[in-house]
Design a protein around this ligand. Structure first.
Ligand SMILES: C[S@@+](CC[C@H](N)C(=O)[O-])C[C@H]1O[C@@H](n2cnc3c(N)ncnc32)[C@H](O)[C@@H]1O
Length: 260
C-alpha cells in the first residue's frame, strides 16, 4: 500500500520549502506530539535521545526541557528544516538523514521520539529495524503516525471528480501492528485516535496542507494546472461533508511505543 509514496528527494524539498510556514499551521501536530510525550514510559530517563523527523524542532526543545541532563540529536531528511531548527536549540546535534538508514552507531540511544514523520517512509520495517539497531537494551521507540482514513473526505471528493489519487497514501493500522509485532522489539502500546479539524472552506484546508509541506506528492498525481471547472467540482463534492463546525478533515493518528 505504500508503493505509491513520493520520492524522498521530493519529500525533503517539500518540507524544506515549508520550514518557515510550518509552525503557524501545526496545531494538530503540536497536540499529537504532546500526546506522544505523555505516552513515554513512566520514570523514563534517557541519557541520549533522538528526535526522528524533527522538523522545526518544537519537540526537540520539549525533549531537552523534559530531560535536561540528556544529550539530544535532531534528525531530518529536509535540510531546510534543519537550518530552521538549528538556531533554536534543543538538540546538541542536528543531523541530515533518513529514518530508514540512520547515520548513527548501534546501541547508542535510549529513546527515539518520532512524531508524524514515519508515514513518509515506505519501508516501516526498515525504520523499526534501524530503531532496534541504534537503541540500547531497555531503550524505547515512541512514534506517532497516520494511517488509512486520513484525509478521507479529500480523497473521496477527488475520487468523485476525476478518479485520481490526490491524497498521500497511508499504511493500514493493522500493518503498523503487524510490523511492530514482527520487529523484534517489545510492543508496549499501539493505539489509533481519530482527530477531526474543521475549515471554513476548501481553500483553507489546501493552504494548510501546503504550508505544512504535506500536500500530495504521489507519483500518481495528475500534473499541470488544475482547471477551474475541476476545482469547482471538487468544492461541490467536498461540500457534501460539511458539518455545522465547517468542512471536516479527519486524521487517523497512530501512537506506538516499543522497547528493546
Ligand atoms: C509533519 S513533519 C513533523 C515534524 C515534527 N516531528 C513535528 O511534530 O512538528 C514531518 C517531518 O518528517 C521529515 N521526514 C520525512 N521523511 C523522513 C525520513 N525518511 N527520514 C527523516 N525525516 C523524514 C520531514 O522532512 C518533516 O520535517
Amino acid at each position: 500500500m505504500t508503493d505509491g509514496l513520493p520520492d524522498k528527494r521530493q519529500v525533503a524539498a517539500s518540507f524544506s520549502r515549508a520550514a518557515a510556514s510550518y509552525d503557524s499551521v501545526a496545531a494538530l501536530q503540536r497536540a499529537v506530539g504532546s500526546a506522544l510525550l505523555d505516552r513515554l514510559p513512566e520514570g523514563f530517563a534517557p541519557e541520549r535521545w533522538l528526535d526522528l523527523g524533527s522538523g522545526t524542532g518544537h519537540f526537540s526543545r520539549a525533549l531537552a526541557e523534559r530531560f535536561p541532563a540528556a544529550e539530544g540529536i535532531a534528525l531530518d531528511i529536509a535540510e531546510g528544516m534543519l537550518r530552521h531548527a538549528r538556531p533554536l536549540g534543543g538538540a546538541r546535534r542536528f543531523v541530515a538523514g533518513d529514518a530508514e538508514r540512520l547515520p548513527l552507531r548501534e546501541a547508542s540511544l535510549d529513546l527515539i521520539f518520532s512524531s508524524l514523520a514515519v508515514q513518509w517512509c515506505a519501508d516501516f520495517a526498515a525504520v523499526l529495524g534501524e530503531a532496534r539497531r541504534v537503541l540500547r537494551p531497555g531503550g524505547a521507540f515512541a512514534f506517532s503516525s497516520l494511517c488509512v482514513g486520513t484525509l478521507q473526505e479529500l480523497r473521496d471528493s477527488w475520487q468523485a471528480v476525476d478518479g485520481f489519487v490526490h491524497v498521500n497514501r497511508f499504511r493500514r493500522f493493522e500493518d503498523y501492528r503487524q510490523l511492530a509485532e514482527d520487529s523484534g522489539l517489545r510492543l508496549l502500546g499501539l493505539a489509533r485516535r481519530p482527530e477531526t479539524l474543521h475549515f471554513p472552506d476548501l481553500r483553507s484546508l489546501t493552504h494548510e496542507l501546503k504550508a505544512l509541506g504535506a500536500h500530495n506528492l504521489n507519483p500518481g498525481r495528475p500534473g499541470g494546472l488544475t482547471g477551474r471547472a475541476r476545482i469547482l467540482a471538487l468544492i461541490d463534492a467536498y461540500e457534501r461533508f460539511r458539518q455545522p463546525e465547517g468542512l471536516p478533515a479527519t486524521y487517523q493518528v497512530v501512537y506506538g511505543v516499543l522497547q528493546k
